[in-house]
Design a binder for this molecule. Structure first.
Ligand code: 2P0
Length: 325
C-alpha cells in the first residue's frame, strides 16, 4: 500500500482504575500485571507525522517548541521501530499538540504515544488493526496501549510482544464522571519510568502488590461490566493506594503525593461520609482523579476546589485519524 505523505491522529488520555506499575521486560514494555482504564473525553494529544520534506534527522515539536533530550530520544526510537516494520528509512517531522499538562501525572504519555502510533504507522504505510496498534503504542509507553481504545480498556499483561495488548470492554452504558483535581501541574521530578524501575528492584512491598493485582483486575472487570460504581470506586482506590505504598517503600522512596493530595483525599472521605459515592485514584504525580456519578460531579468539584483547579471528565473516544492540519 502506498503511504500517505502525512497523517494526523488524535488520542485521549486514560486513567487506570487498576494500575500498571512495573515492567518485567523494559525493552518490549511488558508489564508484571494487567491493568484496566477509563479513556477520558478531555486531555487529548493531536499529532501529525509528516514525511513530505525529507531531512537528515527527525524533527519533533510539542506545542511548537522543539523537543530535545530524552523525550526526543523516545520519539525517535519509536519512529525507528515503525520504519523498521515498514521497511522505510525517511525521516519525519512530528508536530504534537497537547491539551493535557505534560509530565504531571495526568497521563500525557498515554495520549501522546497512542496518537504517535496511529499517525506514524499510517504515514509510513503500515495497515494495523486495533490490536496491532495497541501493541505498537505499548512500545512507546505502556499506558498508551490502552488509549488506542475509548471507554474502558483492559491491558492484558501477556507474556511476549504478541500477547501484551489492550482490548476494549464491551460498552454497557456505564459512564461515571471523573473529577480531576489538579493540585500541581508542574513537571514531575522522578519520571514514572524511573520510579517503577526503582520500585520493582528495591521495594519489599512490590511482590505482594503484584500478587493482589490479579484479583483487583478480575473484580474490576466484573464491577465495570455490571455498572457498579461503588465497587469500581473501592477497588480503584485501594489499588492506587497500594501502588503508592510500593513506591513509598522503594529505596530511596518515591513520593508523588503532596499535602494537597492528602487534603483532597480527606475531602473525598468527607463526601463519602455525607453519602456521596466518590472514590480517589492517583498516578505518578500529586493530582487526584475522583470517580463519581455524573449527577454528583459538580458537588465533588466544589468540595475539592479549595485545593486546586478542577476539570470534570467523562468517558472518551478511541484514537482516530483526522484530516491533516
Ligand atoms: C497507569 N502509570 O497504569 C500507571 C499508573 C502511572 C501510574 O502508566 O514507562 O508513562 O512509558 O511504560 O505508561 C505511567 O507510566 O510508563 C503509568 P512507561 P507510563 O496509568
Amino acid at each position: 500500500m502506498a503511504a500517505d505523505l502525512a497523517a494526523t491522529a488524535v488520542a485521549h488520555a486514560n486513567i487506570a482504575l487498576v494500575k500498571y506499575w512495573g515492567k518485567r521486560d523494559a525493552e518490549l514494555v511488558l508489564p508484571w500485571t494487567g491493568s484496566l482504564s477509563m479513556t477520558l473525553d478531555v486531555f487529548s494529544t493531536t499529532t501529525t507525522v509528516d514525511l513530505s520534506s525529507p531531512a537528515d534527522e527527525d524533527l519533533v515539536t510539542l506545542d511548537d517548541v522543539a523537543v530535545t533530550g530524552e523525550p526526543r530520544r523516545r520519539v525517535v526510537a519509536f519512529l525507528d521501530l515503525v520504519r523498521e516494520r515498514a521497511g522505510r528509512t525517511g525521516k519525519a517531522v512530528v508536530r504534537s499538540r497537547n491539551t493535557v499538562p505534560t509530565g504531571a501525572g495526568l497521563a500525557s504519555s498515554s495520549s501522546g504515544f497512542a496518537a504517535l502510533a496511529l499517525a506514524a504507522s499510517t504515514a509510513y504505510g503500515l495497515d494495523l488493526d486495533a490490536t496491532a496498534l495497541s501493541r505498537l503504542a505499548r512500545r512507546g509507553s505502556g499506558s498508551a496501549s490502552r488509549s488506542v481504545f475509548g471507554g474502558f480498556a483492559l491491558w492484558h499483561a501477556g507474556h511476549d510482544d504478541a500477547s501484551s495488548h489492550a482490548e476494549p470492554l464491551p460498552s454497557t452504558g456505564f459512564a461515571p464522571a471523573m473529577v480531576i483535581a489538579m493540585v500541581d501541574t508542574g513537571h514531575k521530578t522522578v519520571s514514572s519510568r524511573e520510579a517503577m524501575r526503582r520500585t520493582v528492584e528495591t521495594s519489599p512491598l512490590y511482590r505482594p502488590w503484584v500478587d493482589s493485582a490479579a484479583a483487583d483486575l478480575e473484580e474490576m472487570r466484573a464491577a465495570v461490566s455490571r455498572g457498579d460504581l461503588e465497587a469500581v470506586g473501592e477497588i480503584a482506590e485501594r489499588n492506587a493506594l497500594g501502588m503508592h505504598a510500593t513506591m513509598l517503600a522503594a529505596r530511596p522512596a518515591v513520593r508523588y503525593l503532596s499535602p494537597a493530595t492528602v487534603a483532597v483525599l480527606d475531602a473525598v472521605l468527607e463526601l463519602r461520609r455525607a453519602g456521596v459515592a466518590a472514590y480517589a485514584t492517583m498516578d505518578a504525580g500529586p493530582n487526584v482523579k475522583i470517580l463519581c456519578a455524573p449527577a454528583d460531579a459538580e458537588r465533588v468539584a466544589e468540595a475539592v476546589a479549595p485545593h486546586g483547579t478542577t476539570v470534570v471528565a467523562g468517558i472518551g473516544p478511541a484514537a482516530r485519524l483526522v484530516a491533516d492540519r
